[in-house]
Design a protein around this ligand. Structure first.
Ligand code: PMV
Length: 326
């Protein structure tokens, strides 16, 4: 096979990855736990052709160049080395959501690229091996390889990959994303990971992670939203504390970010069970049960700072499709 197409979803982490112990290998300073987002998809087609002089990449109909192209070529090189081929590739990728807003397009992007590039090269890989490969492209991409709820652990290149802790059908949780800004974020997560250790709070958060992780795992296993939500909210605040106290300081929040956080807490006081988490961007992910998602969405849309709302349930892992993009 010379051509293959894969579909992947981004993921939202309940306990997040922030800081690397090995930047070249994308080895995280702490384990992380997430859910794939069914409503958001990346579709990527890869084709190797002997005639090509250079890898040609387009994302959302725009030709890719510069550092983004270098990163994709480095990933294709990993696959070419494994397959023992030298052919250049054409890569076409399409997202159904805005890139660079903190909706984690690099996670779905590198998960889909990994599977499409591997299969187009004629390789077969276990889920673990594919997750490990995706991790080398973008850390959190390893969590988009298995389906549903996934845990990324492991300290070495060989052992650092994500596995499923519960399938999508296990729990009809919803991530109702309040998009407060559509523009790409000002500081990439790669830069953020590098700065993390400059925060005096970095070690404190890492020391807290095991407790937060076991609470979040228990929340998922028992389908206990309060247990999961409290841990996720606490971890997001600890993470943003690290970001804000890094040198230089990172402040991803906008006024509307705080507006949503305050509203979520007020709604909870009123008895609506909803919790927030925030990635390296200004958008707020609101976690609730499927039955409350309509109400949460309506309330979010009524907040002045919210530009759009995306509702997503738990998504599958990366998979092949025969709907090639070219
Ligand atoms: O995988 P990266 O390098 O894009 O980092 C992801 C960072 C966060 O989204 C903030 C946290 C996470 O675990 O997804």
């Amino acid at each position: 096979m010379r051509k293959a197409t894969a579909v992947a979803h981004p993921n939202i982490a309940f306990v997040k990855f922030w800081g690397k112990v090995d930047e070249a290998l994308n080895l995280p300073a702490n384990p992380s736990l997430s859910m794939n987002l069914a409503a958001l998809t990346t579709v990527t087609t890869v084709e190797y052709r002997p005639g090509y002089r250079k890898d040609a990449v387009t994302i959302d109909h725009q030709p890719v160049s510069g550092p983004a192209w270098d990163r994709i070529v480095a990933h294709l090189d990993r696959v070419r080395a494994l397959a023992g081929i030298d052919d250049r590739a054409r890569v076409v990728s399409v997202n159904n959501f805005p890139v660079g807003t903190g909706l984690a397009s690099s996670a779905s992007g590198f998960a889909a690229l990994s599977l499409a590039a591997v299969r187009a090269a004629g390789l077969e890989m276990s889920e673990a091996a594919l997750s490990r490969l995706a991790r080398q492209g973008s850390g959190s991409a390893c969590r988009s390889v298995p389906g549903g709820f996934t845990l990324w652990e492991g300290d070495t290149d060989e052992t650092s990959w994500a596995r499923q802790v519960a399938p999508p059908e296990h729990w009809d949780l919803r991530d109702v994303v309040a998009v407060v800004e559509h523009r790409p974020k000002a500081v990439s997560s790669s830069t953020g990971h590098r700065l993390a250790r400059t925060s005096p709070f970095y070690a404190a958060r890492l020391a807290w992670v095991p407790e937060l992780l076991s609470a979040a795992m228990e929340g998922i296993q028992r389908r206990d939203l309060a247990r999961l939500g409290e841990a996720a909210e606490a971890d997001a605040l600890a993470l943003h504390g690290v970001m804000m106290t890094s040198r230089p300081s990172l402040l991803y929040w906008q006024p509307a970010t705080v507006q949503v956080m305050q509203a979520v807490r007020a709604w909870r006081e009123e008895g609506l069970s909803v919790y927030f988490t925030i990635d390296a961007g200004p958008n707020v992910h609101c976690l609730c049960l499927a039955g409350a998602a309509g109400e949460v969405e309506t309330r979010l849309r009524n907040l002045s700072g919210v530009q759009s709302v995306v509702v997503s349930g738990p998504g599958d892992g990366v998979r092949l499709t025969d709907q090639h993009l070219f």
